[in-house]
Design a protein around this ligand. Structure first.
Ligand SMILES: Nc1ncnc2c1ncn2[C@@H]1O[C@H](COP(=O)(O)OP(=O)(O)O)[C@@H](O)[C@H]1O
Ligand SMILES: Cc1ncc(COP(=O)(O)O)c(N)n1
Length: 267
C-alpha cells in the first residue's frame, strides 16, 4: 500500500500544529509520515514564543536522506521560514515531477507571529507555486498572494482561479477566516470549481486546522486517491478532530488527531 508522505515544515512544541499535526494526521489516515524540519518553535496554545532556525543545508540533508532510501509518494510543505529554504526545497521537488505536492503557504500563526519572512513571499510565488499539485491558502494568505481583499465566497472563487493561473495545478482556498455560521472551502482544479460547505463548529480550539487538512489531503494523494476524494476525506477527518478537541491550554487549543483510533471515531 502506498502512503509515504515527506513533510517539510516547522515543529510546534505544543503538539497542535506544524510537524506534530502533520505526523498525527498522516498516521491517523493510515499513511507513513517522514519529516524535514525547517525551524523549531517554542509554542503553546497562546502563541509562538521563540523560533530556532534550521540551516538550509540541513533541511536539504533531511529531504535527500529520506528520498534516497525510503522514497515518497507525496510531498507536503508547511512553515518554510526563509527564502533560502524555499529555493532549496523547490530544487528538490522540481527534480521529482511525478510525486504529488501539497503546498500550504503558511505565513502567520493564529496568535499573529510570522512564520515566513516578508521577503520570502515572492520566492514562494516564483519557485514553489508552479510545482504545487494543490495550493491550500487560508484567506489572509490568499490575499497576500493575489494582492487584493477577499470578503465573499465569490471573491474566494476569483482568487482561487487567479492562483491557478499563477501556476498551481489546483487550489483549495479555505474559508475558516470568513465570518458566518457556514464555512465554505473553494476547490479549483482542472475539473472545475467545487464548493465544500459545512456548519461552523462553535469552538475556539482550531489550532493547527490548516496543517491537519493539508497533510490529510497529501495522505490521500500518496495513497493513490483522486484530488476531490482526498479533499472530501480530509474535511470529514478534520471536522471529527475539531469536534473531539480536548480543550487543552488557555488559547486556541489543539484538535484530537487520534479521533480515528477511538472506537466511536468514524472517518
Ligand atoms: N470552527 C470550525 N468549524 C469547522 N471547520 C472549521 C472551523 N474552523 C476552521 N475550519 C476548517 O478548517 C480548515 C482550515 O481553516 P482556516 O481557518 O481557513 O485555515 P488555517 O487553519 O490555515 O488558518 C478549513 O477547511 C475550514 O473550513
Ligand atoms: C510550526 C507551525 N507551523 C504552522 C503553524 C500554523 O498553524 P495555525 O495557523 O493553525 O496556528 C503553526 N502555528 N506552527
Amino acid at each position: 500500500m502506498k502512503g509515504r508522505v515527506l513533510v517539510v515544515a516547522g515543529s510546534d512544541s505544543g503538539g497542535g500544529a506544524g510537524i506534530q499535526a502533520d505526523i498525527k494526521a498522516i498516521t491517523a489516515l493510515g499513511g507513513f509520515a517522514m519529516t524535514a524540519l525547517t525551524a523549531l518553535t517554542a509554542q503553546n496554545t497562546v502563541g509562538v514564543h521563540d523560533v530556532f532556525a534550521v540551516p538550509v543545508d540541513f533541511v536539504m540533508r533531511q529531504m535527500l536522506c529520506v528520498l534516497d532510501d525510503l522514497g515518497a509518494d507525496a510531498f507536503k510543505s508547511g512553515m518554510l521560514d526563509r527564502a533560502d529554504i524555499i529555493s532549496a526545497v523547490a530544487g528538490i521537488i522540481r527534480g521529482r515531477p511525478g510525486i504529488p505536492y501539497v503546498l500550504d503557504p503558511v505565513m502567520v500563526a493564529k496568535g499573529g507571529s510570522r512564520l515566513l519572512q516578508d521577503n520570502a513571499v515572492e520566492t514562494l510565488k516564483r519557485d514553489l507555486l508552479p510545482l504545487a499539485t494543490l495550493l491550500t491558502p487560508n484567506l489572509p494568505e490568499a490575499e497576500v498572494l493575489v494582492g487584493y481583499p477577499i470578503r465573499t465566497v465569490d471573491d474566494m472563487r476569483r482568487a482561487a482561479m487567479d492562483l491557478r493561473q499563477a501556476g498551481a495545478q489546483a487550489v483549495l482556498l479555505k474559508g475558516g477566516h470568513l465570518e458566518g455560521d457556514v464555512l465554505t472551502d473553494v476547490l479549483v482544479s482542472d475539473s472545475g470549481v467545487d464548493l465544500f460547505s459545512g456548519a461552523r463548529l462553535q469552538t475556539r480550539h482550531t489550532h493547527g486546522t490548516g496543517c491537519t487538512l493539508a497533510s490529510a489531503i497529501a495522505t490521500g494523494l500518496a495513497q493513490g486517491m483522486g484530488l476531490r476524494d482526498s479533499v472530501v476525506r480530509a474535511r470529514t477527518y478534520l471536522r471529527a478532530a475539531i469536534a473531539a478537541a480536548p480543550g487543552y491550554g488557555a488559547g486556541a487549543g489543539p484538535l484530537d488527531h487520534g479521533v480515528t483510533m477511538r472506537p466511536d471515531g468514524l472517518v
